[in-house]
Design a protein around this ligand. Structure first.
Ligand SMILES: Cc1cc2nc3c(=O)[nH]c(=O)nc-3n(C[C@H](O)[C@H](O)[C@H](O)COP(=O)(O)OP(=O)(O)OC[C@H]3O[C@@H](n4cnc5c(N)ncnc54)[C@H](O)[C@@H]3O)c2cc1C
Length: 400
């Protein structure tokens, strides 16, 4: 099985999840041998709304990537206001912590550079074959890792090759870049669709005269998948003026999480993270936080101890060929980290698919800053359905 050097960790995919895995492994054990593979050269573009939640920067700082977090804050204007709209209903409030809008061509390259500066070896390589053994995983016949982190995105070739199912719905999103109209400066604007639900259009001001604009909807058997033209048309009709002068359209799937996400993580030495683990918030389409959070968890566990205990405990167990440990331990750690949030976002997404409930939620957020804050937290980070949010919802549903 395989002839190349044995790496402590091989990461497939150098998006936010893969870069975070490499950073975390090297933060935990600076002498770890970490190989980062991606089929693309960096910088590379990725279809995304480019909305970077403050929680993402917090994870990067925990991994020692202060330079990346500081650089993003320095180079990109904070977006302090969020507008949510449905029909005639419009709520706009300040966010408790500002978000950033960072083109992925910038964000991902900075994360990869940080991983390389920390000691990861970056190679351009498209992984096609995976052989998962008792003591090691061999990629394409020659690349050998004690542990492999699969951070290879929504279509995850590693997942497909290993036949690991991914339950849950998919959404399809299309983004472009367009000049920011004056009334959308300094804002993230989300307008929910009234046709083809659940869907929404967005306009996220980058702070440099341009906005990331786009449209996304959940795919279902009830309707045919949207075409490029339909998506641009829906965006323009929901946010008039947003597509004027737009360029660089790019679409991609979003694998939405369920309350059971993470349970399908198999035992063994391949750990799935980010989109490859089907971790995109079903309410908002946010996935970068989950990507860095699960990447960090898996990277740390691959070379050390997932519970933050004695460094090297996990590594020693992996070296002795404990087949069950890494996958089973990561599955438990992932569920501990996200279980409450996954249950809450799945519940909230089911509720929000009913227009009357969505309206009541927006009215509650309009009435109280704390309800608005809870809603933002649920959509961007590890938030949960709070009593305040549920009470606000109930009050506004009763009021009709
Ligand atoms: C239209 C749209 C809008 C979105 N808006 C937002 C938003 O505003 N905010 C937010 O937080 N999230 C958003 N998301 C979700 C977010 O983009 C993803 O959740 C995030 O990119 C996941 O990161 P990742 O590292 O898991 O995967 P990716 O970023 O997809 O990275 C996967 C990497 O794997 C590489 N790869 C794939 N196959 C192979 C292979 N065989 N061999 C080697 N390398 C391989 C790819 O080249 C890629 O670099 C949006 C998604 C879409 C589609």
């Amino acid at each position: 099985m395989g002839t190349g050097p044995l790496w402590d960790l091989v990461v497939v995919g150098a998006g936010p999840a893969g870069a975070a895995a490499a950073l975390a492994a090297l933060h935990e054990r600076p002498d770890a041998r970490v190989l980062l593979l991606d089929r693309a050269d960096f910088p590379r573009d990725k279809s995304c709304g480019d909305g970077v939640a403050p929680h993402v920067l917090a994870v990067l700082e925990q991994l020692g990537a202060h330079d990346v977090a500081d650089g993003l804050r320095r180079d990109h204007s904070p977006v302090t206001r969020l507008q949510l709209a449905l029909g005639a209903l419009e709520v706009e409030r300040p966010m408790r912590r500002p978000a950033l809008v960072v083109p992925r061509v910038v964000l991902d390259a900075r994360l990869v550079d940080a991983a390389v500066a920390a000691g990861a070896v970056l190679l351009r390589h498209r992984v096609r074959h995976v052989e998962a053994g008792r003591d090691q995983v061999v990629l394409d016949g020659s690349v050998r890792g004690r542990v492999v982190v699969a951070a290879d995105g929504a279509r995850s070739p590693v997942r497909r090759v290993l036949g690991v199912p991914l339950p849950g719905l998919n959404a399809l999103g299309l983004r472009g870049y367009a000049p920011t109209p004056a009334h959308r400066v300094g804002r993230q604007v989300i307008r929910f669709g009234e046709e083809r639900q659940p869907s929404y259009a967005w306009s996220f001001d980058r702070g440099d005269g341009w906005s990331n604009v786009g449209y996304g909807e959940v795919l279902s058997d009830r309707q045919t998948a949207p075409t490029h033209a339909l998506m641009v048309g829906r965006l323009e009709s929901l946010l008039p003026g947003s597509t004027a002068g737009a360029h660089s359209w790019r679409g991609h799937h979003l694998p939405l999480s369920t309350m059971r996400s993470g349970r399908e993580q198999p035992d063994g030495r391949v750990l799935f993270v980010g989109d490859a683990a089907g971790l995109v918030n079903p309410l908002t389409g946010e996935g970068i936080y989950y990507a860095v959070a699960t990447g960090a968890l898996a990277g740390r566990l691959a070379v050390g101890d997932s519970r933050g205990g004695r460094p090297g405990v996990g590594a020693a167990r992996l070296a002795t060929g404990d087949r069950e440990a890494p996958g089973a331990e990561y599955r438990r750690a992932l569920r501990r980290l996200l279980r409450t949030n996954l249950a809450s976002t799945a519940g909230a997404a089911a509720l929000a698919s009913k227009p009357s409930v969505l309206c009541a939620g927006l009215r509650a957020a309009s009435a109280e800053q704390s309800v608005f804050d809870d809603l933002v937290e649920l959509g961007l980070g590890r938030g949960r359905l709070t009593l305040g949010l549920l009470a606000g919802l109930a009050r506004n549903l009763a009021a009709g």
